[in-house]
Design a protein around this ligand. Structure first.
Ligand code: ZN
Ligand code: ZN
Length: 193
């Protein structure tokens, strides 16, 4: 007899296996959702697993998967000699500078432009300015970055690193981040009463 807890584990295992290499034949047949397993306990198990993975990888599974896929794509681009920047024409040196972009903006225009492979190109993060950006970022004073929270230019030292952003820096300065956390904590304490 398979216990509820074991079933959840099997389901999780099966979900992972399906993702990787299709349904494992040895699990077919065992895999019936037992009525004793409530949705709630399954959700609890998945949340636990997500927290465990986050601790192990130092980031969420989604972020890790995104970074892994990008690293694979960059490696393939290098191997295929497609590691040239669509904007400036020079070589993209590292995965941190490697971004995938649309040559022609698709937003508010057409979904076809989004999927069209001919419209997709690789570029440096520093060359890839989203089309909706206005003056501020293109006319950045040297050694400074814009804080979207306190709305001013500050030294790059005042920003945490964020490799997913176009300039490799966080959107908000360290002080604003700290302030944000402070207020969130106060709000949480108040909510708890
Ligand atoms: Zn470039
Ligand atoms: Zn700030």
């Amino acid at each position: 007899m398979v216990t509820a807890r074991e079933s959840v584990k099997l389901l999780a295992l099966a979900a992972v296996s399906v993702q990787i290499r299709g349904h494992p034949p040895e699990l077919v047949g065992i895999l019936k959702v037992p009525t004793s397993v409530t949705i709630k306990s399954m959700a609890y198990d998945w949340r636990n697993r997500a927290a465990k993975i986050k601790k192990q990888l130092g980031m969420s599974y989604g972020t890790a998967l995104h970074q892994l896929r990008k690293a694979i794509l960059f490696r393939l681009a290098v191997a295929a000699k497609m590691d040239l920047c669509f904007r400036c024409g020079s070589r993209i040196e590292s995965v941190q500078q490697f971004t995938v972009e649309h040559k022609r903006p698709w937003e508010d225009k057409s979904a076809d432009l989004f999927w069209d492979q001919e419209n997709v190109a690789f570029s440096h993060a520093r060359c890839n300015r989203p089309h909706y950006l206005t003056g501020a970022r293109t006319a950045l004073p040297p050694g400074k970055s814009w804080c979207s929270h306190c709305k001013r230019f500050r030294s790059v030292k005042k920003f945490h690193k964020n490799s997913t952003r176009w300039n490799g820096l966080a959107r908000q300065c360290k002080d604003c981040r700290k302030g944000d956390r402070h207020w969130r904590r106060i709000r949480d304490i108040r909510a708890r009463g």
